[in-house]
Design a protein around this ligand. Structure first.
Ligand SMILES: Cc1ncc(COP(=O)(O)O)c(C=O)c1O
Length: 378
């Protein structure tokens, strides 16, 4: 007997928890090769996923080559060498560190480890989508404080959204997709208002880029750890270290908090190649410095070139991308840019239907990205 469509629909209805049916799946961008095939073009530039245009840290690539002979062994489940290297670099104890398959995995682990059924995850309307997803997958309520793309996090509105059920407050600094940062004063105010039973999760995936803007007041979450055990900082090797394909990120916090977080992690979640590459990448100072320079230069160039176009605002950013308010629906712009071989990220799924997010490209490719943007936005 073959199941009919109606049989399958009824089966899904019986099988799936309500909160899972309410989820919408993450919409990944199409791979460059797929788009090129569809459109019959070559040499497309992808500036849609905030990847490092300089590629992976060369030291990480060399370290991976040296580790290939041990692929038959399970990885170090405690990621000792990596935690030791991070602890030494940042003046922390290895017990304060947890390693994840990307910092994204740690967002899910935080919800699993700390939220009871009635607890809430709080962020804001212009925040990274994974915060909402991590709460939703676990059936926890996500509360988005009102804000705007121009504002980034509105601290007063965020604090007004706290309740006795608030358990995790998740904030990006720099925030994706706005590129905005939290100042030290912002974070002090948030901590002063944080409900007793809550953690503040500072998602600093772009921290190393922000460090290239010393004149802008922005928080470095790691400096808060010694003072406040309610702070958890997330960082990643996907961005400035150029290791997005390997899936490795880390979290830092008070040792007992991180011990709890570690309990709900999957065993062997981070592979050997990811671990050895991350350790090596930490010492690739030249690659980090060049990547931060390219990002700052690219942001300044993008903002200068788009300034003055009618209805267009390219917001300030301390990351490796710029959020562009185009003042019109972005679907036609996205299509025209595609045909010009430039793949950007439309922001409709983020509740910003007139915005595009444009990652910084390499210096050699920026002129093409800028020319295409100026052409479609003029
Ligand atoms: C703000 C922010 N947090 C976390 C991540 C996830 O990074 P990963 O899981 O690759 O470490 C990203 C990736 O785009 C991001 O923009």
């Amino acid at each position: 007997m073959t199941a009919t469509a109606a049989d399958l629909a009824a089966l899904i209805e019986r099988l799936s928890p309500h909160h899972v049916r309410a989820l919408s799946a993450y919409q990944p961008g199409k791979p460059v090769e797929e788009l090129e095939r569809e459109l019959g073009i070559t040499g497309a530039i992808k500036v849609a996923s905030n990847e490092n245009p300089l590629g992976p840290a060369p030291r990480a690539v060399a370290a991976i080559q040296g580790a290939l002979g041990s692929l038959h062994l399970y990885p170090d489940a405690g990621a000792w060498a990596l935690r030791r290297a991070l602890a030494d670099r940042h003046g922390l104890d290895p017990a304060q560190l947890v390693i994840g398959a990307g910092s994204n995995e740690l967002l899910y682990q935080l919800v699993l480890g700390f939220c009871e059924p009635d607890d809430e995850v709080v962020s804001h309307e212009a925040a990274f989508l994974s915060y909402r997803l991590a709460a939703g997958v676990a059936g926890r309520r996500f509360v988005a404080a009102p804000t705007s793309a121009a504002r980034g996090c509105d601290v007063a509105a965020l604090i007004a959204a706290f309740s006795p059920r608030t358990k995790l407050v998740m904030l990006g600094s720099p925030n994706n997709p706005t590129g905005s940062v939290l100042s030290r004063g912002d974070v002090e105010a948030i901590l002063a208002a944080l409900p007793d039973r809550a953690l503040l999760v500072l998602d600093e995936a772009y921290a190393e880029y922000a460090a290239r803007w010393p004149e802008v007041d922005h928080v470095d979450g790691l400096t808060l750890l010694a003072r406040d055990p309610r702070v958890v900082v997330l960082r990643t090797f996907s961005k400035i270290y150029g290791l997005a394909a390997l899936r490795v990120g880390w979290g830092a916090g008070a040792a007992p908090v991180m011990e709890l977080l570690g309990r709900v992690g999957r065993t062997f979640n981070v592979g050997t190649l990811a671990q050895v590459a991350a350790v090596a990448a930490l010492d690739d100072h030249d690659h980090v410095a060049r990547s931060a320079d390219v990002a700052r230069r690219g942001i300044e160039r993008l903002r200068a070139e788009l300034a003055g176009l009618p209805g267009v605002t390219a917001y300030p950013s301390l990351a490796n991308f710029v959020l562009v308010e185009t003042g019109r629906p972005t679907a036609p712009l996205y299509d025209r840019l595609l045909r010009a071989g430039v793949i950007v990220r439309p922001m409709a799924a983020w509740g910003l239907p007139t915005c595009l997010r444009v990652s910084v490209a390499g210096d050699d490719q920026m002129p093409r990205v800028i020319a295409a943007l100026r052409d479609v936005l003029s």
